[in-house]
Design a protein around this ligand. Structure first.
Ligand code: NAD
Length: 482
């Protein structure tokens, strides 16, 4: 029996609304096309290991057909439309996504394993809002870049990860189309279904054929897209290792590149912070979405004088966390996205223990089928420990203490990454001081994991370069001639 300090009755969201097909083809030139590769792969539901659908696996020849369709649509249709006309299509897509939000949320949860509460309240509304936001910019690009000569780039190849499938699509597709480009998108192999549903929405919106093309497959499909010679822009979100390979593949070409890569973000609690609020913030920062968040606050630094109190409260709070069926509205931590990712997380947990860390996990029971991991805390962690340095991408938090501001700045910046950070304190001056010295693309103060389409997002160092979101997100899809 699980020994929670809080119990709720199950509250399951029904998946009966979904109309899943047994098999999905590639979405090219406005139509569903069987892959020239003749290959398919299975998409698995990580919460119970059942098969959801068979999905086309595009090869080099398939990506070539998709790029040609995108080029033709760019030259003949999309680049000839006014910004206002492009905006109308984007508004239409945004509204259709909103109308089908429930279906999209259930699909995201089934395919990716994230709690329905998150898909419903975070992923899908934010994805819709990105389309609304960039629809508004489509006819105001010249105002956004006053005095500069701007034009679209052409065909954009966009490659996305599995942690926020539809949201990452929206971050990329919405600004690209608003700026007058056409796209070929390659979603992650474990979470392609909402991208394929998005293709249906493009059809419903009457989007001209070839403006959005979706080629599904594994890393080889992404690599073929990157290598294609008729691509003008590559936007990649994923691991630092693959980002480096893409950067090398682009050397000596004129392809414009943005990379949104991994992170190992520091969350800092100062002794004057509101402690209960900070503890809840820490839970949200690392256990939200099973820790499958690029900017997850996976390294916690607590000022020494309050460390014991914070640790006791964190342990008590974890005892009430719900780990289990992602379709249950009570669930806080759903399923790990894939067997491979679960094995990676388990390997890091073993390594953390082997390197001398003290582990704490709550006593909750995990479902017998599916890929699940208990929320995990590590104390007694050295700054040089592997689990404090490498991105785990799972619900694992390292906790270290500090005495002075100088010490915590040095520790927080001692990372190859620089994506995000959090600061918990009562004093505005400390927030300003720390946020100027932390080398991170985003610094949240007395909150964490807050996103808005109007706000740019991106990293320093090995977390990548370029910004997505906001007005900055437009410039990644424009050519500047003066
Ligand atoms: P991944 O790099 O394994 O895969 C990302 C995408 O790249 C997938 O679609 C994959 O099929 C494709 N791919 C794999 N090999 C490729 C290759 N050689 N050439 C081209 N494409 C290839 O990453 P993942 O495991 O899907 O995602 C997790 C990673 O994404 C984490 O490191 C996380 O931090 C990062 N991420 C970053 C941000 C950000 O905004 N900085 C946002 C979300 C996720």
């Amino acid at each position: 029996m699980s020994q929670k300090n809080w119990n709720l009755e199950p509250s399951l969201e029904s998946a009966a609304l979904l109309k899943l097909q047994d098999q999905y083809e590639l979405f090219i030139d406005g139509k569903w096309q069987a892959p020239l590769s003749k290959k398919y792969f299975d998409s698995i539901n990580p919460s119970d290991e059942s098969k959801l659908a068979k999905i086309a696996w595009a090869n080099e020849a398939d990506t070539d057909v998709a790029v040609k369709a995108a080029r033709t649509a760019y030259e003949n249709v999309w680049s000839k439309l006014s910004g206002a006309q492009r905006g109308k299509y984007l508004f239409r897509i945004a509204r259709l996504m909103q109308e089908q939000a429930k279906e999209l949320a259930i699909l995201e949860t089934l395919d990716g394993g994230k709690p329905i509460r998150e898909s419903r309240d975070v992923d899908i509304p934010l994805a819709c809002n990105h389309f609304f936001y960039y629809a508004g910019w489509a006819d105001k690009l010249q105002e956004a870049f006053a005095g500069q000569q701007i034009s679209s780039l052409g065909v954009a190849a966009q490659i996305t990860p599995w942690n926020f499938p539809l949201l990452m699509l929206a971050w990329k597709v919405a600004p690209a189309l608003a700026c007058g480009n056409t796209v070929v998108l390659k979603p992650a192999e474990t979470t392609s279904l909402t991208a394929l549903k998005f293709a249906e929405i493009c059809q419903q919106a009457g989007l001209p054929a070839g403006v959005v093309n979706i080629v599904t497959g594994y890393g080889d499909t992404g690599a073929a897209l990157v290598a294609h010679t008729d691509i003008d822009k590559i936007a990649f979100t994923g691991s630092t290792a693959v980002g480096k390979q893409i950067q090398k593949a682009c050397l000596g070409t004129s392809k414009k590149l943005t990379l949104e890569l991994g992170g190992k973000s520091a969350n800092i609690i100062l002794e004057d912070a509101p402690i209960d609020q900070a503890v809840e913030g820490v839970i949200n920062a690392i256990f939200f979405n099973q820790g499958h968040v690029c900017c997850a606050g996976s390294r916690l630094y607590v000022q020494e004088s309050i460390a014991a109190q914070v640790l006791a409260k964190l342990k008590f709070r974890l005892q009430s966390i719900y780990v289990g069926n992602p379709l249950d509205k009570n669930t806080d931590i759903g399923a790990i996205n894939s067997k491979k990712q679960l094995e990676t997380i388990e390997r890091y947990i073993k390594l953390g223990i082997a390197e001398g860390g003290q582990i704490y996990q709550p006593t909750c029971e995990l479902p017998s089928k599916g890929y699940y991991c208990k929320p995990t805390l590590f104390t007694d962690v050295a700054q040089s420990a592997t689990i404090a340095q490498e991105e785990i991408f799972g619900p694992v938090l390292t906790i270290q203490t500090f005495r002075t501001m100088e010490e915590v700045i040095q520790k927080a910046n001692n990372s190859p990454y620089g994506l995000a950070a959090g600061v918990w304190t009562d004093k505005g001056s400390r927030i300003f001081g720390l946020s100027q010295q932390l080398r991170a693309g985003v610094v949240w103060a007395n909150t964490y994991n807050k996103f808005d389409p109007a706000s740019p997002f991106g990293g320093y160092k090995e977390s990548g370069f370029g910004r997505e979101g906001g007005r900055h997100g437009l410039s990644a899809y424009l050519k500047f001639s003066n």
